[in-house]
Design a protein around this ligand. Structure first.
Ligand SMILES: [Ca+2]
Length: 128
């Protein structure tokens, strides 16, 4: 599914995309001159949470190999990890998702299939 762009308070535009692995989601975004959504603050966290039903998770633009340790330097507020997360369960959880039931983040196996939010910076977005 690819829905209409949604404006949120950051002034950016989103589309909601169907389930893919984390790396396929990143590639899909790059091909469209968008980025896998990053979450700079709690307001954005709640807005994204409202876009999808509560019974799933959604990929966010955070992975262990690239960004895990950089979250604070990237201006993110405190990472919104759920209790006990990231737990690297079975030693292979290297990508981050938001649990929509509570808005908290968890590390997940990168090959899991989740929907994701594709973020278009205003300068890239073509209105028709
Ligand atoms: Ca986990």
């Amino acid at each position: 599914m690819s829905l209409k762009p949604v404006s949120i308070t950051t002034g950016s535009n989103f589309t909601i995309e169907s389930e893919m692995s984390w790396s396929d989601a990143v590639t899909n975004c790059q091909e469209k001159n968008s980025v896998l959504v990053e979450i700079p603050d709690n307001t954005t966290n709640e807005e994204i949470r409202d876009l999808l039903p509560n019974d799933t998770e959604v990929w966010i633009g955070l992975s262990k190999s690239i960004y895990w340790s950089r979250t604070s330097s990237r201006g993110l507020s405190q990472p919104n990890w759920g209790e006990g997360q990231p737990d690297n369960f079975y030693n292979y959880e290297n990508c981050a998702a938001m649990m929509l039931e509570n808005g908290m983040w968890t590390d997940e196996k990168c090959t899991n299939l989740y929907p994701f939010i594709s973020l278009y910076k205003i300068s890239y977005f073509c209105l028709d």
